[in-house]
Ligand binder design. Structure first.
Ligand code: NI
Length: 169
């Protein structure tokens, strides 16, 4: 396993749509292992492949509480097949928009389909933080960041702030 570099705004690759994966093979699992390690090191709770510069429809996630064991999860070619009409706000952040947090309103519950680490099809319901996180990560697959859900002014301020941090680093 190896750490990958996480791209930050305004990197143009982050605006790119990702392509479906043909097969869940060892090469893809190696990518998922790297992504998971990179996410844990950041630290973060979710990461899409495009954030490490790979335009594939792959997401890793771990929502375990600090006192619990790690619970890594892998989503290949995820699709949302149902969303609730009810929405809920959540203060989101993103490893590609470091140190910026703001409230985004999304469907409170979703039903999703994906392939897991073994390449098996899974259908699952998500609510709470899981629903927020999977929708946030699936936005990345379309080149959409959480700041794209904010006003233009807030988005521009966020990017400006990240650029400033990068210069200072
Ligand atoms: Ni993100």
């Amino acid at each position: 396993m190896a750490l990958r570099e996480i791209l930050v705004v305004p990197h143009p690759i982050l605006k790119q749509a990702s392509q479906p994966v043909d097969a869940v093979d060892d090469e893809l699992r190696a990518l998922m292992d790297d992504m998971l390690e990179t996410m844990y090191a950041a630290p973060g709770i979710g990461l899409a492949a495009i954030q490490v510069g790979v335009p594939k429809r792959v997401i890793v996630m771990d929502l375990h509480r600090p006192e619990e064991e790690k619970q890594p999860r892998f989503f290949v070619n995820p699709e949302i097949v149902w969303t609730s009409e009810e929405t809920a706000p959540y203060e989101e952040g993103c490893l590609s928009v470091p140190e910026i947090y703001d409230e985004v309103e999304r469907p409170a519950r979703v039903k999703l389909r994906y392939l897991n680490y073994a390449g098996e099809p899974v259908e699952e319901d998500a609510e709470g933080l899981f629903a927020v996180c999977i929708q946030h990560e699936m936005d990345h697959l379309e080149g959409v960041l959480f700041i794209d859900h904010l006003s233009r002014l807030k988005r521009e301020q966020a990017i400006k702030k990240v650029k400033k941090q990068a210069k200072a680093a």
